[in-house]
Design a protein. Sequence first.
Length: 197
Amino acid sequence: MNQAIEPMVTPYEVLEYIYYPRFSYFQNVLKIPQFEENRFKVKLGRQVHQKRIEQNREYVRKKIAAESKLIDVYLAAPQLRLKGRVDEILVMRDGSLSPLDYKFAPFRTKAYQTHIVQIVLYGFLIRACYTAKVTRGYIAYIRGGNNVIEVPMSDENEALARDALTSFFAILDQELQPPRTKYRTRCTDCCYRNICV
């Protein structure tokens, strides 16, 4: 008997879901492509992101107790239904591993909730693929500088990420259409705004 293969998603898709749940429905259930490569902000973000990875090949973040790093690592964990590319996996002095993700977003004194969930999901992927201890992750906000925020793999953050993943899979598995966002300003730059009724 053949078992159906369950679709895997990326932490970035879960980030998009948190920001605007209906986005996931259009993209993953109705299979309407978003053509994000045509959007100016996406193009600029990708260019800056790629440049940062290339420039920082030899740089190790000693200030946060990293000893070495792996760059642009693809991971897949079917048991979690997760896959994705981690910008950097930091090998820390205490032997643990930590994901680091570059964000072309304005720096704030604390990380955005969407970014927290994304980095924790990368932490789950690293644990599953390397069977290593992951106690924290890092987000490097690169617009206007290089500000790094530590995100602990705390019970609270892990529960937040698991809840987001469960809700996301409910949309995929049950083909549920979520309600429209109450934050109407998010619709301005959405590629699905013309079909979202």
